[in-house]
Design a protein around this ligand. Structure first.
Ligand code: FES
Length: 148
């Protein structure tokens, strides 16, 4: 199967069956971001124990790219240290900007590599990752911000 078709299948699978969708209980950090150009939004909740992302959930409405990216991101960072999660976020930013990313296998996230050719969709792919970065900086309070 051509790689593009495989990537498309991976994206559609995450879009139609998002992983880690839902909410966490009290004590989780919650960040709400929206993309003002299209109205899509995400609420990301993060439970950190020690230095580890113990659990992560998201809810939101969005295009296939934004939902698939959120689903893949939650799978990829769950169980990682916050430092490793943020380092993965940096690698993903480079992937989406079309910069070479040879040193690391990003797994399912590679399926979003093609987004770099469509500047209008880059924000879609980064919505959840920006929420992750803000959630790791937040101190237990709810944040409502725009995805700039
Ligand atoms: Fe709105 Fe993709 S079109 S996030």
């Amino acid at each position: 199967m051509p790689l593009d078709d495989l990537y498309r299948q991976v994206i559609m699978d995450h879009y139609q069956h998002p992983r880690n969708r839902g909410t966490l209980g009290d004590g989780a950090v919650s960040v709400h971001l929206h993309n003002p150009t299209c109205g899509d939004e995400i609420t990301l909740q993060l439970a950190v124990e020690g230095d580890v992302v113990r659990d992560i959930r998201f809810e939101g409405i969005g295009c296939s790219i934004s939902i698939a990216s959120a689903s893949m991101m939650t799978e990829a960072v769950k169980g990682k240290s916050v430092k490793d999660a943020l380092s993965l976020a940096e690698s993903f930013h480079r992937l989406i900007r079309g910069e070479e990313e040879d040193e690391e296998d990003l797994g399912d996230l590679e399926a979003l590599r093609g987004v770099s050719k469509f500047p209008a969709r880059v924000k879609c792919a980064l919505l959840a990752w920006n929420a992750l970065e803000r959630a790791t900086r937040a101190d237990g309070e709810r944040q409502d911000e725009t995805n700039h």
